[in-house]
Design a protein around this ligand. Structure first.
Ligand SMILES: *[C@@H]1O[C@H](CO)[C@@H](O)[C@H](O)[C@H]1NC(C)=O
Ligand SMILES: *[C@@H]1O[C@H](CO)[C@@H](O)[C@H](O)[C@H]1NC(C)=O
Ligand SMILES: *[C@@H]1O[C@H](CO)[C@@H](O)[C@H](O)[C@H]1NC(C)=O
Ligand SMILES: *[C@@H]1O[C@H](CO)[C@@H](O)[C@H](O)[C@H]1NC(C)=O
Length: 404
């Protein structure tokens, strides 16, 4: 480890050696270090390498001691419906119960909240973000690191993606949610970022990158006349290209290593609509009760925006290597995985977790679990749907053979 660092001083200047030393000596690993604010030495990383270290003040996220990494995805929680009635608040009590049950039975290494945390249409200017406090409470109690994407219902008259993100960051030291750099993501689309997962806390470069994209939608605060675009903004395409180039330049010069990747975006890319026509219940098990149509996938709410998510979809699939899957919520009645043929990439729906938001008899509520059996980016991952009552279904192995 130290040898590698010393070796690379040649190419990488002294401050990176400091960075390497800091990693080896100072980085704690979860779960034991989460509960205190860990002191890190100030690290002066050259600006072109700052990308290597987006969480200088948080513990490094790692695979478990047994070499696996387990994610649990809560999606479409839809807190805050009809606060003036009994049933709205009762839904949220139920959703919190579901979160507590699942977290205690699954003990994931990381949690993703994949959009539509709040039904913003029903919330009030003065207290919308207090719903975020309730949503993160079970995660804080369980001391599980997490991050979120936001959905179309999280941009409304009385709530915005950015307000939710800032509240989450304020509420929880365990939140790894970040915002995109200025100028990236478009209005209402601040929640675009990536999170590095290391095999071991002392590793110099990560084994897995979790990517999070903001598909916007909903409304600008105070506006009911101009809906926000419902796709990942064009500016994100160039950002992905620059980030991946900087990762390769920076990390590959420290340590040559393949990295895996997994992407989360609330509204499914438009290409997924065609995939639904070719599902086979053996290969693509799971509920398929929502027929994808206008508004179900990106850039389809308004016919004039057709194709607008293509720059994002192209860049994602061109620049991100070893992309295991792209995972979305939004369509509460779908929970299948499938291979998308135009990009040869696997797509999975989440499971509707919240008691809020539209549903139908028999759909149930639960989560998607994802397990990486090892840090090797070539190994397939296991994923399945877990319902609140403990039932599991739609288990598939997502590897190079899946869906071919
Ligand atoms: C927000 O304020 C409204 C109006 O006072 C109230 O009905 C509602 O219960 C409050 N919601 C939360 C989450 O505190
Ligand atoms: C809350 O959960 C209980 C028990 O599963 C269920 O009977 C009830 O209908 C749920 N209430 C709402 C408002 O979702
Ligand atoms: C937004 O909040 C204001 C002030 O709390 C409230 O009067 C208004 O009804 C809310 N708007 C919506 C769409 O709920
Ligand atoms: C579905 O896939 C299975 C497994 O590959 C195959 O045996 C079956 O024929 C397929 N069914 C249809 C309707 O294509």
């Amino acid at each position: 480890m130290i040898l590698l660092c010393l070796h690379d001083i040649r190419i990488l200047v002294t401050s990176l050696a400091l960075f390497c030393t800091a990693i080896v000596k100072a980085s704690p690993s979860l779960p034991h270090a989460y509960s205190r604010q860990v002191e890190f030495p100030a690290i002066d990383i050259p600006s072109h390498l700052k990308i290597l270290n987006p969480y200088p003040d948080k513990p490094r996220l790692t695979f478990s001691s047994s070499g696996t990494f387990k994610l649990t995805v809560f999606s479409d929680l839809h807190y805050g419906e009809n606060p003036w009635d009994d049933w709205g608040p009762q839904q949220d009590v139920n959703s919190t119960r579901l979160m507590r049950r699942v977290l205690s039975s699954e003990k994931p290494d990381y949690v993703v909240l994949n959009g539509d945390l709040i039904t913003g249409e029903n919330t009030f200017r003065e207290n919308s973000t207090t719903l975020i406090d309730r949503i993160v409470a079970p995660l804080n109690e369980a001391k599980i690191p997490f991050s979120s994407t936001q959905g179309n219902h999280d941009n409304e008259q009385n709530i915005t993606h950015l307000e939710e993100i800032r509240r989450e960051q304020r509420d929880s030291y365990l939140s790894y949610t970040r915002t995109a750099p200025p100028g990236i993501g478009g209005e209402g689309g601040e929640g675009t970022y990536w999170v590095p997962i290391y095999e071991k806390a002392t590793d110099l470069t990560p084994a897995l990158i979790l990517w999070f994209f903001d598909s916007r939608g909903g409304w600008s605060p105070g506006s009911t006349s101009a809906p926000l675009p419902d796709w990942v903004d064009d500016s994100v395409a160039g950002w992905i290209e620059r980030e991946t180039a900087a990762m390769e330049a920076g990390w590959d010069s420290v340590e040559k290593r393949e990295r895996g990747a997994l992407a989360f975006v609330h509204i499914p890319p438009h290409a997924i609509e065609n995939v639904q026509k070719t599902l086979n219940t053996t290969i693509n098990p799971g509920l398929n009760a929502d027929t994808l149509s206008q508004g179900s996938t990106q850039a389809t709410s308004n016919p004039s925006s057709a194709g607008k998510d293509q720059p994002f979809w192209d860049s994602l699939n061109t620049n991100i290597k070893n992309l295991h899957a792209v995972i979305s919520g939004h369509d509460h009645g779908d929970e299948w995985c499938a291979r998308e043929p135009s990009k040869d990439v696997i797509f999975c729906f989440d499971k509707h977790s919240g008691y809020g938001g539209y549903s139908s008899a028999g759909w149930g509520h639960g989560v998607r679990n994802i397990v990486f059996p090892s840090a090797d980016p070539a190994s397939g991952l296991e994923t399945w749907i877990l319902l609140e009552d403990g039932q599991t279904r739609a288990r598939v192995t997502l590897d190079g053979n899946y869906g071919r």
